[in-house]
Design a binder for this molecule. Structure first.
Ligand SMILES: NC(=O)c1ccc[n+]([C@@H]2O[C@H](COP(=O)([O-])OP(=O)(O)OC[C@H]3O[C@@H](n4cnc5c(N)ncnc54)[C@H](OP(=O)(O)O)[C@@H]3O)[C@@H](O)[C@H]2O)c1
Length: 315
């Protein structure tokens, strides 16, 4: 599957970026450019033949030289949301599952960053852009969806080929939430039957690398796991994997945040995602991952079994 084109990965020093670089190298890709604000962090990849260049989307003038010569680009959405996802807990008070009003102003800074990257890609003559977006971004009430939607539209307004990869919630989020649930025996959440078709970072990286190497045309894919995991079954999986009794405990939003905070969890970060879960935003599956990559995504049970040590750490 090795590509004869020069493949560019932005934000390459992050979790997803490093995984994609490893996959491109393993596939025998001859020409890879990795851009990052911190080239020193990619010295190991430079030693393996990756051309590492400095690029900062907040400095559009840095992008022309950084993108020069590349044919295809993976634009990894940045983490610069300026706390836009941090909707204060108070705004969720009231009936469980109530969502904050739609806020399409969202995280303006990230939208500007992506706009600069796309404009530079056009100027550099890049032919195809792969972009990491959010599950059902176009109908999402999550505040951080607004900049994904703006970026998707900006890409669609170019003449470039593109593959938008709308990623469901990363399975790795469970490694943040489950240890305290396993330690206390209580998996906390809002009342209701909310579920998530989790997809792991490894699988997301495989999809991104595959799209970067092979995708043509203009398409938007929804990358999900192969099953929707609801709360009570998730508690049972945690029990099965660790041997400790874990039960789903439904709480109203204020109490949920209080208990999360007491457990040392970032309540204001987690609550909007919990609300969106309650709203069903992540409770759907597609075969897009299988069709793109030719393989099934990792099941949550298998993922947690493989990461049993990380679950047990806090237990
Ligand atoms: N679906 C989910 O559950 C989920 C969960 C987490 C994240 N995400 C999304 O997926 C993306 C990748 O995830 P990840 O785990 O790899 O996150 P990560 O490790 O935090 O990586 C984010 C990358 O954004 C890049 N970045 C930040 N500011 C930048 C700027 N000014 N210019 C250029 N690049 C910039 C950074 O690149 P350098 O430091 O190399 O410059 C960093 O490597 C995230 O940014 C987020 O949009 C989705």
């Amino acid at each position: 599957m090795a590509s004869d084109r020069t493949l560019l990965v932005t934000g390459a020093s992050g979790h997803l970026g490093r995984r994609v670089l490893n996959l491109l190298l393993a596939a025998g890709t001859r020409s890879i450019v990795a851009t990052t604000r911190h080239p020193d962090r990619l010295a190991d990849f430079a030693r393996r033949g990756v051309v590492v260049r400095r690029a900062d989307f907040d400095e559009p003038e840095s992008l022309g030289a950084a993108f020069a010569g590349a044919h295809r680009m993976l634009l990894i959405s940045t983490d610069a949301t300026d706390g836009a996802e941090l909707v204060p807990a108070e705004s969720h008070a009231g009936a469980p599952g109530r969502l904050p009003p739609k806020d399409r102003d969202g995280s303006e800074r990230r939208r500007r960053q992506h706009e600069a990257a796309i404009a530079a890609a056009e100027a550099a003559g890049i032919e195809h852009v792969v972009y990491t977006s959010l599950a059902r971004a176009d109908t999402s009430r999550l505040v951080v969806a607004a900049d994904h939607v703006a970026t998707e539209r900006r890409i669609a307004a170019t003449k470039l080929g593109y593959t938008v990869l709308r990623e469901n919630v990363f399975t790795e989020v469970l490694l943040m939430v489950l240890p305290s649930a396993i330690a206390s025996g209580a998996l906390l959440g809002l009342p209701g039957d909310g579920g998530v078709a989790y997809i792991s970072r490894d699988d997301s990286a495989f999809a991104a690398a595959t799209a970067l190497m092979t995708s043509t045309g203009r398409s938007t894919l929804e990358l999900t796991g192969s099953e929707v995991i609801r709360r009570a079954p998730l508690a049972r999986i945690a029990t099965d994997v660790t041997g400790k009794d874990v039960f789903y405990v439904a709480l109203p939003p204020e109490e949920l945040c209080r208990r999360w905070q007491a457990a040392g969890l970032p309540a204001s970060y987690l609550l909007p995602f919990e609300q969106a879960t309650f709203d069903g935003q992540f409770a759907f599956t597609t075969t897009d991952y299988l069709r793109l990559t030719g393989r099934e995504p990792a099941a949550v049970h298998d993922f947690l079994t493989a990461n049993r040590h990380a679950l047990a750490r806090a237990a």
